[in-house]
Design a binder for this molecule. Structure first.
Ligand SMILES: Cc1ncc(COP(=O)(O)O)c(C=O)c1O
Length: 379
C-alpha cells in the first residue's frame, strides 16, 4: 500500500514565515538583495565582472533571481554536477573552477562545452590538460581552459614560476583555448594578522601584484591573458580594485555566515540573510533547551557555533544529528517548548547542501520557495 501523507506538503507562498515547519532554511530577501547590490555596485565602480559562485546556493532559481536583480555575468560552479543542473535549468554561461579528471566525466564536460553559450573549465598542469585535450578532440569541440595559479594557498594551481610553461602547454593544445588565469586568494580570509579593511587591502594587493607579475610574464611569452578571475566573499572587495583583475567570483556574500561575521570587517550579523529556523522541542532544565536543528540541519564543519539571531546569552553548545543543545543560562528570556529560535550557521555553503529547500521571506511572509536542485551533486 502507498500512503499519501501531509508530510510532503510544500511551504506555501504568501504564508507567514513563522509558520514554516522547522528545521528550515530561511532567506531574508531584503538582506540578500542588499548583499547582492553591494557587490554589483562594487563591480560596476571598479569595472570588473561579478560572476557569483553558485556552489554556495546550488539553486538554479536563485541564479536566475541574481541575474534578474543585479549581476548578469554568468555563474561559477565547483562541480560538473552543479554545471549540469544549472544547464538543465537554463543557465547558459558557466565557469567551472575545478579540475575535472576521468574520461567519463570529461565526456560529460565536453558535451556541456559544446552546448552552452559560454563555458570554461580549470586546469593547472599536464595531468589534467592532456586528458582534457583528448576529450575535446574526441568530441570535436574547442574548450576554454583557464589556468589556475597557486596564490600561496597551497591547494591546487600552478606555482608562479611554472606559469609561463603551463600557459604555453594549454596554448599548444589544438582543442583548448587558453582562457586566462584564475587565482583564488581565499586563504587570506581568516589569516590572523588580516582583520581590518586596510590589512585586507594590503594583503590582497600583495597577492594580486604577484598575479600581475605572472600575467606579464605569460604575455611577454606571446600569450594574451584576457581574463584574471579571483576573489572570495571576504577578499573580492579588495582584490577587485587591483588593475590586473577582470572578474570576481564570491559565493557566500549573498547570505554570509558566522565565520564571515567573525573574520571579515565587512560583515555583521545584520548582513546575514540566511538563517536556520528551529523549534524548541524540549526544555529539560532551567538553563537548557533543545532545538530540532542538529548537525543534519546546521553543518558543523567549522569550529564555530551557530549564532542565535536576536538573543544575547543563548548559546548553541552541542549537536547530535537532530538535536541542538542550547544553553540559555545567560539569557533573560524564557524559552518554552514550541518557541522558535533562528540561527546564523557557522558555514553557509555546507549548511545549504543539507537542505532540499530555501524559503525566501520578506516582511514576515514567504515570497520564494526554491529547490536546492544541485545539493549533493558532488560529482
Ligand atoms: C576557486 C573559488 N573561487 C571562489 C570561491 C568563493 O569564495 P567564498 O565562498 O568565500 O565566497 C571559492 C570558495 O571556496 C573557490 O574555491
Amino acid at each position: 500500500m502507498t500512503l499519501p501523507t501531509p508530510a510532503d506538503s510544500h511551504t506555501r507562498l504568501c504564508s507567514p514565515a513563522d509558520e514554516v515547519e522547522t528545521p528550515a532554511v530561511l532567506v531574508d530577501l531584503d538582506v540578500m538583495d542588499e548583499n547582492m547590490a553591494r557587490y554589483a555596485a562594487f563591480a560596476d565602480e571598479h569595472d570588473v565582472r561579478l560572476r557569483s559562485h553558485a556552489k554556495t546556493h546550488k539553486t538554479p532559481d536563485l541564479a536566475h533571481y541574481q541575474h534578474r536583480h543585479s549581476d548578469g555575468g554568468g555563474i561559477v560552479c565547483q562541480t560538473l554536477g552543479e554545471v549540469e543542473v544549472m544547464a538543465q535549468n537554463g543557465i547558459d554561461d558557466v565557469y567551472l573552477t575545478y579540475m575535472v579528471v576521468g574520461d567519463r566525466k570529461l565526456d560529460r564536460l565536453t558535451w556541456l562545452a559544446g552546448k552552452l553559450d559560454s563555458f570554461a573549465t580549470t586546469v593547472d598542469g599536464p595531468g589534467n590538460v592532456r586528458p582534457l585535450q583528448a576529450a575535446a578532440e574526441r568530441r570535436g569541440v574547442t574548450v576554454d581552459a583557464v589556468l589556475e595559479l597557486d596564490t600561496g594557498m597551497g591547494r591546487v594551481g600552478a606555482a608562479y614560476e611554472d606559469a609561463v610553461d603551463r600557459a604555453q602547454l594549454v596554448d599548444r593544445q589544438p582543442n583548448l583555448r587558453f582562457a586566462g588565469i584564475m587565482a583564488y586568494e581565499g586563504m587570506i580570509f581568516g589569516e590572523d594578522d588580516v582583520r581590518t579593511p586596510a590589512e585586507y587591502e594590503a594583503r590582497c594587493f600583495e597577492v594580486m601584484d604577484e598575479v600581475e607579475a605572472a600575467v606579464e610574464r605569460i604575455e611577454a611569452a606571446g600569450i594574451a591573458v584576457e581574463e584574471v578571475r579571483v576573489g572570495s566573499t571576504a577578499t573580492s572587495l579588495y582584490s577587485g580594485k587591483h588593475p590586473v583583475v577582470t572578474e570576481i567570483n564570491p559565493g557566500m556574500y549573498l547570505f554570509n555566515d558566522h565565520n564571515l561575521v567573525r573574520n571579515s570587517p565587512d560583515v555583521s550579523p545584520g548582513n546575514c540573510a540566511l538563517t536556520v529556523a528551529s523549534t524548541v522541542i524540549s526544555a529539560p532544565t532551567a538553563d537548557r533547551v533543545v532545538v530540532d536543528a542538529g548537525s543534519k540541519s546546521i553543518c558543523p564543519d567549522i569550529d564555530l557555533p551557530p549564532m542565535a539571531v536576536g538573543h544575547e546569552g543563548v548559546d548553541y553548545v552541542n549537536a547530535s544529528e537532530e538535536h541542538g543543545w542550547v544553553d540559555v543560562s545567560g539569557s533573560d528570556a524564557t524559552f518554552e517548548v514550541g518557541d522558535r529560535i533562528e540561527w546564523i550557521p557557522p558555514h553557509v555553503c555546507t549548511t545549504v547542501n543539507l537542505h532540499d529547500t530555501l524559503v525566501g521571506t520578506r516582511d514576515g511572509y514567504v515570497e520564494e520557495v526554491w529547490d536546492v536542485q544541485a545539493r549533493g551533486k558532488v560529482r
